[in-house]
Design a protein around this ligand. Structure first.
Ligand code: R5P
Length: 292
């Protein structure tokens, strides 16, 4: 990690400190200020000439973060930084990966073009790859895709007796099947059809063994609608109260409260997005990606 310096965009200092400690690298000093009209002031104090930069910025709620990130990256380069590695543990705009109706913006590709224009390498964790199978289909810069499945499986092994893993929709099978294999448990996948942001219909497959602890695993919880529907259906079928595990806690307001009210036993997430439910630390996984 010679000649590398790490910078945190606002709200990412906890993960930045943990990475800096483990990598034994300096944390760069930068000043950010939000003007009353919402515009952003950025000033970099540290010497970055000829250095490789690790820039930490989880891009949940990306619209307000993308301008400061662009200003930071371009200013680092103007000050002589050699290469910018963006660590965005959560990568946004991956779900609109095709035109469902004429005239729609395919935002996954547009956002990829935007980011590819001002950083040199992207490191991320479990991006929502569905119709797009690899980030290189839309990103023109090198990318490193890391997977939190082993960390999720370890949490389950250490905390749940007799788990039965359940995916709340077909897309979740890519994570659920791997987690189930790691913990040596069976799994089932719910069928989901989405009609709107908070309007989904689900069909739970026939599962006979209700003695196990249901563990719902998905990449993202946003409004919580998918998980809440799954919890309600499982409880109607006499399952125990499910544990909900998610990689990215993209929680809308009151999601935790609503999930607990629906009957969740516990809500657990990785710290890719800062949230009180964070129990699974991804810093060692990110370090593997940086060193690869
Ligand atoms: C969707 O394809 C994702 O994997 C999640 O299932 C989805 O984003 C969850 O959204 P919500 O919490 O709003 O139901």
């Amino acid at each position: 990690m010679d000649n590398m310096i790490i910078f945190s965009m606002p709200e990412n200092m906890q993960l930045t400190k943990s990475l800096a400690d483990k990598l034994k690298i300096e944390i760069g000093i930068a000043e950010f200020h939000s003007f009353p009209d919402g515009e952003t002031y950025v000033r970099i104090e540290s010497d970055v000439k000829d250095k490789a930069i690790l820039l930490i910025c989880s891009l949940d709620h990306p619209n307000n973060k993308i301008c400061p990130l662009l200003f930071m990256a371009r200013t680092l380069k103007a000050l002589g930084a050699k290469k910018i590695y963006l660590v965005s543990p959560y990568l946004p705009y991956m779900r609109q990966d095709k035109q469902f109706k004429p005239g729609e913006a395919v935002t996954s590709a547009l956002f990829a073009q935007l980011l590819s224009g001002f950083i040199d390498h992207l490191i991320t964790i479990d991006p929502h790859l569905h119709r797009i199978k690899h980030l290189s289909e839309i990103y023109s810069i090198p990318t490193t895709t890391l997977h939190a499945t082993k960390l999720v499986a370890t949490w389950i092994k250490n905390n749940v007796d007799s788990p039965f893993i359940i995916g709340p929709d077909e897309e979740s099978e890519q994570w659920v099947s791997l987690v189930a294999k790691e913990v040596n448990a069976s799994y089932a996948i719910i069928k989901k059809t989405r009609y709107g942001d908070r309007d989904v219909k689900i069909t739970v497959p026939e599962i006979n063994d209700t003695s196990k602890t249901p563990v719902l695993v998905d990449d993202i919880i946003s409004t919580g609608t998918s998980m809440i529907m799954a919890i309600e259906q499982l409880l109607l079928r006499n399952f125990k109260n499910p544990i909900c595990i998610v990689v990215h806690a993209l929680f809308d307001q009151k999601v935790e409260e609503n999930l607990m009210r629906a009957g969740a036993k516990q809500i657990v997430s990785c710290n890719t997005i800062v949230n009180p439910s964070n129990q699974i630390d991804v810093s060692d996984l990110i370090i593997e990606g940086i060193k690869a």
